[in-house]
Design a protein around this ligand. Structure first.
Ligand code: BJW
Length: 244
């Protein structure tokens, strides 16, 4: 493990372009539940009932109750040492890009620069009718009325997140794909099963990047990366940072 940490630290120190991809695991130590872990959300709830456009169409109130409940849990969570290390790299490294699948905004709260939230934000809402209103931020917990309404057209509002079967915003997808052109690509706290995020580490590797994974568990990416470090991001990232 010590050798692996030193190798990753050395690669980051020498990297001209550094990219970090994060998933739910980076926020686990902050108290935000993951999706597929032992206590993950998908152990308790079916994604097709809550995280698809079809589910929302069928029962917007139920979907909003679930998001309102999750917002309540996340509101009290604070960035942990893993978020802080990534924020510091994003501020101090000349070309560091951070791509997150997380909707909790803990990277934003940690002060991360050059951040792309490819699955959106749980704190933002948009018009379900697509009336043209720009998405808006609403951090009230709980929300006053469920389901909330679009202030422009009065129609249903939805959480501005990306559900299964929905395309990522074009600019976010372009930013994520562009970030695979780098010297070092770190994949942190993701089960690496949801596309298109899961392909990014492979794209980076094909493009010649040194790749490393930080995750307590094996994932489909573990055998593809140059170095797989098994441990929690909140412990491993500060150890790497200390070696740089
Ligand atoms: C730690 C740790 C610690 C624990 N430290 N680590 C068949 C049918 C339908 C669709 C598909 C299909 N086959 C493929 C698809 C496509 C689908 C997909 O990939 N599905 C797979 C599951 C099979 N993808 C999509 O639909 C995407 N869109 C798309 O492909 O569009 C194409 C298109 C083009 C043009 C037109 C139309 C469409 C969209 C995917 C959206 C995903 N949305 C969610 C919900 C977001 C909103 C919300 O939060 O409610 O995003 S699902 C959920 O999974 C969430 C996450 O961002 C995402 C990834 O999960 P993540 O982050 O990896 O979390 P976990 O829980 O899986 O893993 C946590 C990891 O942390 C674990 O490995 C732990 O070990 C680790 N860990 N503690 C470090 N301390």
């Amino acid at each position: 493990m010590t050798d692996q940490l030193a190798t990753v630290a050395d690669r980051i120190r020498r990297a001209r372009r550094l990219t970090v991809l994060t998933g739910a695991g980076i926020s686990a130590a902050s108290g935000v539940p993951t999706f597929r872990g032992r206590d993950g959300l998908w152990r308790q709830y079916r994604p097709e009932d809550l995280a698809t456009p079809e589910a929302f169409e069928q029962n917007p109130r139920l979907v909003w109750e679930w998001y309102d409940w999750r917002r309540g849990g996340i509101a009290d969570c604070r960035p942990n040492a893993g978020h802080d290390v990534i924020a510091a790299w994003s501020q101090n490294h000349p070309q560091c890009r951070v791509i997150t699948q997380n909707v909790d905004d803990l990277h934003v709260r940690a002060g991360t620069c050059n951040l792309t939230r490819i699955h959106g934000s749980i704190w933002e809402l948009s018009c379900w009718n697509g009336c043209g209103a720009a998405s808006w931020r609403d951090e009230r917990v709980p929300l006053a009325d469920l389901p909330p309404r679009c202030s422009e057209c009065g129609g249903l509002a939805r959480p501005a997140v990306v559900w299964f079967g929905e395309a990522l915003r074009g600019e976010d997808l372009r930013a994520a794909l562009g970030a695979t052109s780098c010297d070092v690509f770190l994949t942190v706290g993701t089960s690496a099963v949801v596309s298109p995020a899961a392909r990014l580490v492979h794209d980076a590797r094909r493009g010649g990047a040194f790749t490393a994974e930080i995750n307590p568990e094996e994932t489909p990416a573990s055998t593809a990366v140059d170095v797989a470090i098994h441990g929690g991001a909140e412990a491993i990232l500060p150890r790497i940072a200390a070696l740089i």
